[in-house]
Design a protein around this ligand. Structure first.
Ligand code: NAP
Length: 245
């Protein structure tokens, strides 16, 4: 177990499968938690975090709303003193073959998965620079590296996060801030439960470890990158995919 005592972590998409598990893992490691999600399910996660003895704030907020995110981060910093760890986890899919993909499906996915990361990171970077410390962890995806039919929009955002991660790491390293990404493979959550049985079968055949990942596999990688044990790692993509890429 990593030791994150005295740290405050903000997690977006904290009501979903992976975000929830990351939030609880960081709380188990001793961090206070700021949960951000569009979904009211985030209230349940708060109960779990508080039962571990950590402070917890929840915000039902949309990462695509630049101004609302800015206000939210200011209020979290005021209440908890600082944000030391940011996990940009909120993400959506709107799959369609490219020939059929509507401009709205393209724009919506870019807005949440990429502009959302810009908005939240912009709000959090100032307090991090001021305190000369911070850990930013972006959740990319294996399909940002391998590509996937039906996911031109989604995989484009997930590869874009690689450029985002590497460039920002170079900009803010001198301020004591690390920026890394975790690229999950296929993880058993609502997002992948939407795949039919034959799609799941095809995916399983590509995974040397022979199983889908679970959210805990991703949370462990995030907790490591958030810890002081990872303090000399920046601009890196940690692949957590059972060997499929
Ligand atoms: P999930 O269960 O669908 O959770 C995503 C969460 O983000 C949901 O609670 C969702 O709220 C929230 N969200 C969506 N749009 C938002 C917005 N505009 N502002 C704030 N919150 C928003 O998905 P997941 O599987 O946990 O995925 C988490 C991250 O891992 C995503 O970035 C995803 O791309 C990435 N990932 C997942 C897999 C996988 O196999 N599951 C693989 C690779 C990468 P609503 O429920 O209200 O929409």
């Amino acid at each position: 177990m990593m030791n994150l005592e005295g740290q405050t972590a903000l997690i977006t998409g904290a009501g979903g499968g992976i975000g929830r598990t990351i939030s609880v893992k960081l709380a188990e490691s001793g961090a206070d938690i700021v949960l951000v999600d569009m979904s009211p399910d985030v209230a349940e996660v708060r109960g779990e975090v508080e039962s571990l003895g950590q402070k917890c704030l929840t915000f039902e907020a949309d990462v695509t709303d630049f101004d609302a995110i800015d206000v939210m981060v200011k209020s979290a910093v005021e209440e908890l003193g600082s944000i030391h760890i940011l996990v940009n986890n909120a993400g959506i899919t709107q799959d369609n073959l490219f020939m059929r993909m509507k401009p709205e499906q393209w724009s919506k996915v870019i807005d949440v998965n990429l502009n959302g990361v810009f908005n939240v990171t912009k709000a959090v970077i100032r307090p991090m620079v001021k305190q000369r410390a911070g850990k930013i962890i972006n959740i990319s995806s294996v399909v940002g590296f391998s590509g996937n039919p039906g996911q031109v929009n989604y995989s484009s955002t997930k590869s874009a996060l690689v450029g985002f991660t590497k460039s920002l790491a170079r900009e803010v390293g001198a301020r004591g801030i690390t920026v890394n990404a975790v690229a999950p493979g296929f993880i058993d959550t609502a997002m992948t439960q939407a795949l039919n049985e034959s799609q799941q079968e095809v995916i399983l055949q590509q995974i040397p470890l022979g199983r889908m990942g679970d959210a805990e596999d991703i949370a462990n990688a995030v907790a490591f990158l958030a810890s002081k044990e990872a303090s000399y790692i920046t601009g890196t993509i940690l692949h957590v995919n059972g060997g499929m890429y």
